[in-house]
Design a protein around this ligand. Sequence first.
Ligand SMILES: *Cc1c(COP(=O)(O)O)cnc(C)c1O
Length: 359
Amino acid sequence: MKLFTVGPVEMYPFTLKTAAGQIPYFRTKEFSAMMLESEGLLKKQMHAPDTSRLVFLTASGTGAMEATVFNLFNKDDRLLIIDGGSFGHRFAQICELHGIPHDVLTLSFGESLTSERLEEYSGTAYTGLLVNIHETSTGQLYDINMLSDFCRRKDMLLVADAISSFLADDVNAEKYSIDALITSSQKGLALGPGMSFVLLSERAIHDRIGRISPPSLYLDFSDHLKNQERGQTPFTPAVRVLYELNEMLRHIEYDEGGIENRLNTIRAEAEWFRSQVRGLPHVTIPEYPLSNALTPLIFSGVTAGEVYEAMRYKHEMTLTPNGGELGKKLLRVGHIGYHPHKDQEQLVLALKDVLNGGI
Ligand SMILES: *Cc1c(COP(=O)(O)O)cnc(C)c1O
């Protein structure tokens, strides 16, 4: 079975080997040295300024989204949330639950986030913006330059969930003045699930962390930052995933020759896949700007469910289904993870078979 999912995704042969080994004890100076090296490499690959710091959380991405919100904001704030799908909606649910005042810019399916839509909110004073740079439920990639500019003008903190965008699109903490940049182990990094990483700007640390008391012992960022000064976490982390992380970061840096090469490869694969799909019967690709992490496919004349089943049980390839109403017509094909080009060719052949009547 090959996974063309968005997380967990196909792992690389070298991380699979690590994943099968004994978990080492971690309160050691060797583990600390590895964590400090991982912090340095991850910061480099996120294009982070020296003054920023990383929090290593043992939590899935949603845990990191929630922790970021309640470590940085409270009821004295007013936030703007971009809700273009289920992940944007999750930020709104988090603010609702924690009683943090917020407004929601809602996009309907197929609608692009434009400067006209954003400017509708320019007259209100906000302290922060919450956005999923790539709204993974639809594949839409928002214009980070436009969002960053909006936040600069209005002196707002910018919280960017780049969980499915890091290592697929241009994610640059310094250039876009991102105050909290969130990613997770099971997406572009192609590791086991369980770890999330939150990069914090100097401004976020100085103005927010430590001044706001988070309603959580386990997810208190100041405690994490203090421990990470010596390469440790306050509690037992997903140790194995942290070993996989170090290997992957070193692989990108030293074997692949840096993040730009990784991004060029995935961009080329996504474009190649899209060029092959255009022209097939029963399928279209939406018009809005897309992340390189996945390609959304909209079906007519066949249901997404039928295509999913045929791909999985006839061709042993798992695509990513959607929940709710959208799930009837939309499937997402993940490009993140370990996919040598020959696997992509097999994928296109299988899709051709299915859409030409092979259901
Ligand atoms: C995957 C993902 C998450 C996190 O989902 P979890 O299941 O909690 O790991 C959050 N935001 C985006 C944009 C994602 O793609």
